[in-house]
Design a protein around this ligand. Structure first.
Ligand SMILES: [Zn+2]
Length: 412
């Protein structure tokens, strides 16, 4: 095992304090730091600060894929580390987005290659040929929009807000609350001009502000939805994301709770700090709340318009290890809440990344001992099984990213 450094990504929705404080640097930072990546994505691989050989985790794995990944992981994922681990610091909402299935990603990537669109072009949708299921785990209260809400409830919300420009759409949904009609309305809204969105957003802002002030049963039922629409209409006037937010489930995660986002799920993170793990891909189709490239036609083509009720993912717990089970074969995430002086043995068969999010911890494998401080992470290559974890103080919190179902096959 060896230390890997996180790569900070500064985006306008990030925080000047969260990641700086986490990693022991002076806060506020000079830029709005949004994400810290740990992994082997080609665009921002983790540096290896202690290495005298390969400089990054991508190079380490490329030099010896078998020792790094083990044969099964190497063969299953084309010699690549299949997951990417991030810390997110969401100061204000980030782009409304969805991710493709594997089939869509392969077709989209090949199509853009045939069209001669450079891989680093700003208007490129597909930067690789892989899907990107994601799991976000809240470190503090975390707010998000995810998946289309049950249509009758959306009709109730839109009826209460009562925007004249949307009356025909509401009537259509009320008469026929089906995914097909929802798709008609959502794609129409995505296609409207920004002038039209600006006009409607002003009405949304006025009506939601008045509703929130008046109170009543509709406000009791939809307070978070109304507040979010009001904030977005103020901060993103004229953006498609304001109206789209009215169609999506509004989710609040408590610390430790997770949210799994499969392909086609339209989502946006609104605020909070979280650990996120995903398949190692950069394929994002955006629909609003961003200055980055938006491709409404491609987004509409990959969206899943079937309404869902959001299932907050609560981990299976032994009291020390908290395991977040998802269908993704690229990743598995566990959280370890260590208390003083007990060593816990971890069954770790495949490659993994151990990230310390609070306190200090000691990680042992065979004769090797490492201390890990808050904000630091270790790369553990395949085959370094029987790790043990111990807090170096009253408490420490670790996250362990590893390969999904393939790793249980490895252990068998
Ligand atoms: Zn996403």
């Amino acid at each position: 095992m060896e230390l890997i450094a996180g790569v900070i990504k500064s985006y306008d929705w990030g925080s000047r304090t969260t990641l700086a404080e986490l990693t022991g640097r002076t806060a506020p930072s000079s830029t709005t730091e949004a994400e810290m990546w740990f992994g082997a994505h080609e665009s921002a691989p983790s540096p290896l600060p202690e290495s005298s050989g390969p400089a990054t985790l991508v190079e380490r794995i490329g030099t010896d894929p078998l020792a790094s990944l083990g044969s099964q992981c190497r063969d299953a994922f084309g010699g690549r580390l299949p997951f990417l681990l991030k810390v997110l610091a969401v100061q204000r909402s980030l782009s409304l987005q969805a991710h493709p299935t594997e089939v869509q990603a392969r077709a989209g990537y090949a199509g853009e290659n045939r069209g001669g669109i450079p891989l680093d072009a700003a208007h490129r949708n597909y930067r690789d040929d892989r899907h990107k299921p994601e799991l976000v785990v809240a470190l503090e209260q975390f707010e998000a929009l995810a998946g289309f809400r049950d249509v009758p409830a959306t009709v109730d919300l839109l009826t209460a807000i009562d925007v004249p420009e949307l009356a025909e759409d509401v009537a259509l949904l009320a008469a026929s609350p089906t995914p097909g009609k929802l798709k008609c309305v959502a794609t129409r809204w995505l296609g409207l001009s920004s002038e039209y969105h600006t006009q409607v957003d002003d009405t949304v802002l006025k009506r939601t502000t008045a509703l929130l002030a008046s109170g009543g049963s509709v406000v009791d039922r939809f307070r978070a939805e109304l507040s979010t629409a009001s904030e977005l209409a103020r901060d993103y006037r004229g953006d498609r994301g304001v109206l789209m937010s009215l169609l999506l489930n509004r989710v609040t995660l408590a610390p430790g709770e997770g949210l799994y986002l499969p392909a086609g799920n339209l989502h946006a993170y609104l605020s909070g700090t979280a650990v996120e793990i995903m398949a190692n891909s950069d394929n994002v189709l955006r629909g609003g709340l961003t200055t980055k490239h938006i491709d409404v036609a491609e987004l509409s083509a990959i969206l899943d318009f079937d309404p869902i009720s959001v299932e907050v993912l609560r981990p299976h717990s032994s009291g020390v290890e908290y395991r977040y089970s998802t269908p993704a074969r690229e990743f598995m995430l566990t959280r370890w809440e260590l208390d003083h002086s007990t060593a816990y043995v971890v069954d770790n068969s495949g490659p993994s990344i151990v990230l310390c999010m609070s306190g200090d911890a000691t990680i042992r494998h065979a004769g090797t001992t490492r201390s890990l401080h808050t904000g630091e992470a270790l790369w553990v290559p395949a085959g370094e099984t029987d790790l043990s974890f111990e807090a170096d103080g009253p408490r420490a919190q670790l996250f362990v990213a590893s390969v999904g179902k393939v790793s249980s096959e490895l252990a068998a």
